[in-house]
Design a protein around this ligand. Structure first.
Ligand SMILES: [Zn+2]
Length: 222
């Protein structure tokens, strides 16, 4: 198989190549402002190429809007300076059971089509003596989601980050998400969603894993 065919097939099948986001070493040589200027120019080129009249009032601001959205919002998680500080605390009350943060909203972007991935992440850990603020788990999910992503890699990156922050292997993450590249184009399957999971340490054991999966299917009512 030729390389370009292989690359197309990897994209079509949504297979990622590594658990690290493939960034170049010069990824942050340009400032955010310089990036916005370049992206603005290129988006305008794409729209012009499509035959759109870029002097139209409704379209003229779009390239700038897209450039801002890419750099400041949906791809801001590429830049380590935007990484949330994962401050942890001593587990004073000696809670040694599993802690589950479920139904964390995920907004990400498929790196093969640049279309949205929308879903829920469920994260759990068993404390080794350190605990992390609850909202911190949401922020970590959000940080890694704000990149061009592959769902498998996103799941692994969340687990890895929490394993380091909490100094334990006992971390798990399940993500259930819809990929608009599948739902709105190509096969156009509205109903399908993709589930990925990563189980570290004790979560590799059948009973611990089962307990976690039971918690996330609990129907929380208020
Ligand atoms: Zn896609």
């Amino acid at each position: 198989m030729k390389l370009d065919e292989k690359v197309t097939e990897i994209g079509d099948n949504h297979v990622g190549t590594s658990s690290e986001t493939p960034l170049r070493t010069d990824a942050f040589d340009l400032s955010d402002e310089e990036k916005r200027e370049k992206i603005n120019h290129h988006v305008a080129e794409i729209m012009h190429t499509l035959g759109l009249d870029m002097t139209d009032d409704s379209l003229s601001g779009t390239p700038n809007r897209v450039a801002k959205m890419f750099v400041n919002e949906i791809f801001s998680g590429l830049n380590p300076k935007n990484k949330p500080k994962a401050s942890t605390f001593e587990n004073k009350y000696k809670y040694g059971e599993m802690l589950v943060e479920k139904n964390i909203t995920v907004y990400s972007t498929c790196e093969h089509h640049l279309l949205p991935i929308v879903g829920k992440a469920h994260v759990a850990y068993i404390s080794s003596g350190r605990v992390v603020g609850l909202s911190k788990m949401n922020r970590i999910v959000d940080y890694f989601a704000k990149r061009p992503q592959v769902q498998e890699r996103l799941t692994m990156q969340i687990v890895k980050e929490l394993q380091i922050a909490l100094d334990t292997e006992d971390v798990a993450c399940v993500i259930d998400a819809k990929h608009l590249c599948v739902n709105s184009r190509g096969i156009r399957d509205i109903e399908s969603s993709t589930v990925t999971s990563e189980f570290g340490g004790k979560f590799k054991e059948k009973n611990t894993r089962k307990e976690f999966l039971e918690y996330i299917t609990l129907d929380t009512k208020f």
